[in-house]
Design a protein around this ligand. Structure first.
Ligand code: ATP
Ligand code: MG
Length: 470
C-alpha cells in the first residue's frame, strides 16, 4: 500500500531539514572562524610578542575599567573608584604586557598592586585577572621554583579577595581558592613540560637533520674520491700496458723501416715482433677492460695476472728492441702476495719501457733481490752507449710525453707500503730502485729504496759496470 504523506507533515520535515542544514553551515562557519582567529593570533604572536602582549594588557585594562565605572560597582562602605584606584588598576593589568619578558617580576608587581588596591578598601572583585594571568605565564615558561614564588604571591591576593566577597564560610573559601591556584599551577606546568619535550624533540630533529645532511655530503665526497681513485687506477693500468707495448712496437717499426730494403730478414723479424706485441697488447687491453668492467665483456677468457714470474716476456721484448738487458735474481725466489706481485711487475715493466724510450741501445741490468720480509728491485742502465740498428741517436720519446710513468710507479709503491727512488745516475744512465714488503703494506720493515743499488752492486757486476767511469 502506498504511503500517503500529509502536507503539514511534509512541511515540518522540510523545516527540520532546513534547520539541520543551517546548524551545520553555522558550525562550519564558526569552526572556520576559530581556525582563522587562531592562525591570525599565531601569526601576530610570531610577528611581535611584545606588541601582542601590549594589546592583550590594554584589552584587559579596558574591561576592568568598564566594570570599575559601570553600575555594578558597589556603593559605600566600599571605597568609590577614584584616581588612586585607577592608577593601581591600570598598573596591575598593564603589567601583563611584560609577562613573557619578566614573568616573575610581572607576578610580583601585579600581585603587590592588587594587594594595595584591596587593602585600600576598593571593590575586591576588580583586577583579579592581572596576577592570575601573569602567574599562568610564569608557571608555563619558568621552572617550578620560580612558579612556587609566584604562587606564594598570587594565592594571598586571591584569598583575600574571596574571603571579603564570601565572608560566611571561610574554610570552604580557603580550600576552593587554594585548590584553584594549585590546579592552575599544575595545568600550566604540564603545558611547560610538553613545550620542553617538544623543544627537545625539535632540537633532536634539527640535529638529526644536520647530521643527515653532513652524512650525505660525506658520502658524496667519499663516492667522488672513490670515483677519482678508480679513474687514476684505470689510467695507471692503461698507461703501463699501452706504454710498454706501444714503445716496443714503435722501436721495431723504426727498425723495420730502416732496414726494409737492405736487410729483408731483419725487417721481417721486426715486423714479427710488432705483430706479436700487437696481439699481446690487444689481449692485455681486453683483459684489463673486462677486469675493470668498462665494456662489460666477459668473453676475455682466463688470463694469468701480471706477475714477476711473467717478467721474462717483457725482458724478451725489451731485448728485441735493442737493449742489452741482464737479469740477476738473488735470494730465495718465492711467491709474493698478489698485489705486491702485480705492483712489482708493473714497475719493472715501466722501468724497462723507459729504457727503450729514453735510452735506446743501452746496456741495462734488472736485479731482483728476494729477502725474508721484503723484495728489492733495481733497474739500472748506462744511458745508451750503443743504439739499435737503424735508430741511431733517437729514442722514441716524443715532445708530448706527459711523464705519467714515474708518478704511477711511486703511487703503486706507496699503496703497498714500499719506497721507490728514480733518477739519473751521476755518471750517466738512469736507475730505478724499489723496496716492497713481500706481503703488502707493513711500514717500518722495509729498508730505504735508495740504498738498494749500492747494496746490489757488490753482488751484481753489471750494476758496477753501469756505474763505472766511461
Ligand atoms: N731509463 C731512462 N733513461 C733516461 N731518462 C729516463 C729514463 N727513465 C725515465 N727517464 C726520464 O724521466 C722522465 C719521466 O719518465 P716517465 O716514465 O714518468 O715519463 P715518460 O716515459 O716520458 O712518459 P710516459 O711514461 O707517461 O709514457 C722521462 O721523460 C725521461 O726524461
Ligand atoms: Mg715512462
Amino acid at each position: 500500500m502506498p504511503t500517503v504523506t500529509s502536507a503539514p507533515a511534509h512541511a515540518a520535515r522540510a523545516a527540520r531539514g532546513e534547520a539541520r542544514t543551517a546548524r551545520r553551515s553555522l558550525a562550519g562557519m564558526s569552526a572556520a572562524w576559530s581556525a582563522a582567529l587562531i592562525s591570525a593570533w599565531r601569526w601576530l604572536a610570531a610577528l611581535n610578542p611584545w606588541l601582542v602582549d601590549s594589546v592583550l594588557a590594554s584589552v584587559m585594562t579596558a574591561m576592568g575599567l568598564r566594570l570599575a565605572y559601570g553600575h555594578r560597582y558597589p556603593p559605600p562602605p566600599v571605597r568609590p573608584f577614584d584616581g588612586f584606584g585607577l592608577a593601581l588598576s591600570v598598573g596591575s593589568l598593564m603589567v601583563v604586557a611584560v609577562r613573557r619578558r619578566a614573568p616573575l617580576a610581572a607576578v610580583v608587581a601585579s600581585s603587590g598592586l592588587v594587594a594595595v588596591f584591596e587593602a585600600s578598601g576598593y571593590w575586591v572583585a576588580l583586577n583579579q585577572l592581572g596576577p592570575q594571568f601573569a602567574f599562568a605565564t610564569l608557571a608555563t615558561t619558568r621552572p617550578p621554583r620560580q612558579a612556587a614564588i609566584g604562587a606564594l604571591c598570587v594565592a594571598p591576593v586571591i584569598l583575600d579577595s574571596n574571603l571579603r566577597l564570601w565572608p560566611d564560610d571561610h574554610l570552604d573559601t580557603i580550600v576552593s581558592t587554594l585548590t584553584w591556584v594549585v590546579l592552575l599551577w599544575v595545568f600550566c606546568d604540564g603545558i611547560r613540560r610538553l613545550g620542553e619535550q617538544a623543544r627537545t624533540l625539535a632540537d633532536r630533529n634539527a640535529r638529526l637533520a644536520e647530521l643527515t645532511v653532513r652524512l650525505d655530503r660525506e658520502q658524496a665526497r667519499n663516492a667522488e674520491c672513490a670515483v677519482q681513485e678508480e679513474r687514476i687506477r684505470i689510467a695507471r693500468e692503461l698507461h703501463d700496458v699501452a706504454a710498454h707495448h706501444m714503445s716496443v712496437i714503435a722501436v721495431q717499426a723504426e727498425l723495420a723501416r730502416f732496414v726494409f730494403d737492405a736487410d729483408a730478414r731483419a725487417a721481417r723479424a721486426a715486423l714479427g715482433v710488432i705483430a706479436d706485441t700487437g696481439r699481446e697488447v690487444l689481449a692485455e687491453m681486453r683483459y684489463l677492460l673486462s677486469a675493470l668492467r668498462i665494456d662489460g665483456a666477459d668473453d676475455a677468457g682466463p688470463r694469468p695476472m701480471p706477475s714477476l714470474s711473467r717478467v721474462a716476456e717483457v725482458v724478451e721484448r725489451v731485448r728485441a728492441s735493442g737493449v742489452g738487458l741482464d737479469v740477476v735474481v738473488t735470494g730465495v725466489e718465492r711467491p709474493l702476495s698478489e698485489g705486491v706481485d702485480v705492483c712489482a711487475y708493473r714497475i719493472v715493466q715501466e722501468s724497462l719501457t723507459n729504457i727503450v724510450k729514453h735510452a735506446p741501445g743501452a746496456t741495462a741490468t734488472l736485479a731482483i733481490d728476494y729477502q725474508p720480509t721484503h723484495i728489492g728491485i733495481a733497474v739500472v742502465d748506462d744511458g745508451g752507449n750503443a743504439v739499435p740498428a737503424g735508430c741511431a741517436g733517437r729514442g722514441i720519446a716524443t715532445e708530448r710525453d706527459t711523464g705519467q710513468g714515474l708518478i704511477g710507479m711511486r703511487e703503486r709503491a706507496r699503496i703497498y707500503g714500499g719506497t721507490l727512488t728514480a733518477g739519473a745516475r751521476p755518471r750517466g744512465g738512469f736507475e730505478v730502485a724499489l723496496m716492497l714488503p713481500a706481503w703488502g703494506a707493513v711500514s717500518g720493515t722495509v729498508p730505504a729504496a735508495a740504498t738498494l743499488p749500492a747494496a746490489l752492486s757488490a753482488t751484481v757486476p753489471t750494476i758496477v759496470a753501469a756505474t763505472a767511469e766511461p
